[in-house]
Design a binder for this molecule. Structure first.
Ligand code: F6R
Length: 367
């Protein structure tokens, strides 16, 4: 049932190119002029009335939601707030008929996320769910559903579900952006062409980085602490990379917006401590590099993650993980893969139960 792989997690990591292909199938217009989301029945009128987008989820799905905030605000110029479901439901949220609520959940059964959905509906908000499980409670309660078609995810640590949640966010954003007339035709085509390349690029990462990441993960045999830093979309992925490592290898990992380090966390950066520095966003690249210099001044061991062809990064870090180049907007889909693999190999090297980490359940149906 593990298809020849030793664990479900690595099987599911390797299924990601296929999962990306499946979520895109039939959804990109053949002439690359827009996306087809037939299942979303929002009318042009309803879309024009959206004043705010509220994204609500837990855990990994929440991290996908943070990517969603950056992506939707940039493309749609509509304010987006992202909430952890267990916070949203108890804080009397400012949600009304002019709010579009986007609920993200792999299982479609997470108790707090389902309750948040009901809360948003009760306040008159229209709800779109991005979920993997057809007929799940969240799929049934939402007004519209974007299915992620990742297939069953067995490992407790979410991988292919996350990556397809990201795709769900891009598709929904492009759909809304087209309706609102906020995305110029040339930009739409360019994004769609790049989306279409992602499955192949994900496969390249799996084929070419496996050995390097397996070896690199040995560093976590010696370290109980590590840091993930980045700015913008890289920060959003840093959050997910650190959760993956904590969850399955029990290495304590902190994700920080790179510019925030000097407000306290730099005190924890000591000689040789591993720091993953994500550097895929060109508009903040120089800023991140200056943060890396602050980290290097404390003699930490810095591993950069950057697009192939980025020669600059090599001058500032100890090692580089190179990923295939895509649009900065789409980088999270590729950046997260080496981080998932590092977490996986760290867990294996440390002798942990990869698929069933201690204290965790796949679907959290209690509050
Ligand atoms: C982490 C993980 C969890 C889930 C969270 C939400 O790898 O899998 O953080 O993302 O429990 O679950 P869903 O998406 O089913 O609502």
């Amino acid at each position: 049932e593990k298809g020849g792989y030793p664990h479900f997690m690595i099987k599911e990591i390797n299924e990601q190119p296929r999962a990306l292909r499946d979520i895109l199938t039939g959804r990109i217009a053949p002439d690359f002029s827009g996306v087809d989301l037939q299942e979303v029945s929002l009318t042009a009128e309803q879309i024009k009335n959206i004043r705010k987008i509220a994204v609500v989820a837990c855990g990994t799905a929440y991290h996908a939601g943070i990517v969603g905030k950056y992506v939707m605000e940039k493309m749609l110029r509509i304010p987006v707030e992202v909430d952890i479901a267990s916070e949203f439901r108890y804080r009397n949220p400012l949600i009304d008929a002019h709010t579009l609520t986007v609920i993200i959940s792999q299982s479609g059964e997470t108790a707090d996320t389902l309750a948040a959905l009901k809360e948003a509906k009760a306040r008159g908000s229209r709800v779109v769910a991005i979920t993997n499980v057809v007929g799940s409670s969240i799929a049934r309660e939402a007004h519209d559903v974007v299915y992620t078609w990742a297939g069953p995810e067995i490992a407790v640590a979410s991988t292919k579900a996350y990556i397809t949640q990201l795709l769900g966010i891009y598709l929904l954003t492009l759909f809304l952006g087209k309706e609102l007339g906020r995305i110029p035709a040339g930009e739409m085509t360019d994004i769609l062409h790049h989306l279409y390349q992602l499955p192949k690029q994900a496969q390249d990462i799996l084929d070419h980085l496996n050995e390097q990441l397996n070896k690199m993960a040995e560093i976590f045999n010696q370290w109980e602490d590590t840091f993930f830093v980045g700015r913008g979309l890289d920060y959003a992925v840093a959050l997910e990379g650190s959760l993956k490592l904590k969850e399955i290898s029990y290495v304590h990992a902190e994700a920080y917006a790179a510019g925030e380090l000097k407000h306290g966390t730099l005190a924890l950066i000591v000689k040789d401590v591993p720091v993953l520095a994500l550097c895929t966003q060109p508009d903040v690249f120089e800023k991140t590099v200056s943060n890396i210099k602050e980290i290097k001044a404390r003699e930490a061991h810095v591993i950069g993650v950057a697009f192939e062809g980025n020669k600059e990064i090599g001058k500032s870090v100890d090692e580089v993980i190179y990923i295939p180049e895509t649009l900065p907007l789409l980088a999270p889909v590729l950046t997260v893969i080496p981080l998932q693999m590092l977490a996986y190999y760290a867990s294996v090297h440390r002798g942990c139960d990869v698929d069933q980490p201690r204290n965790l359940a796949k679907s959290v149906t209690v509050e």
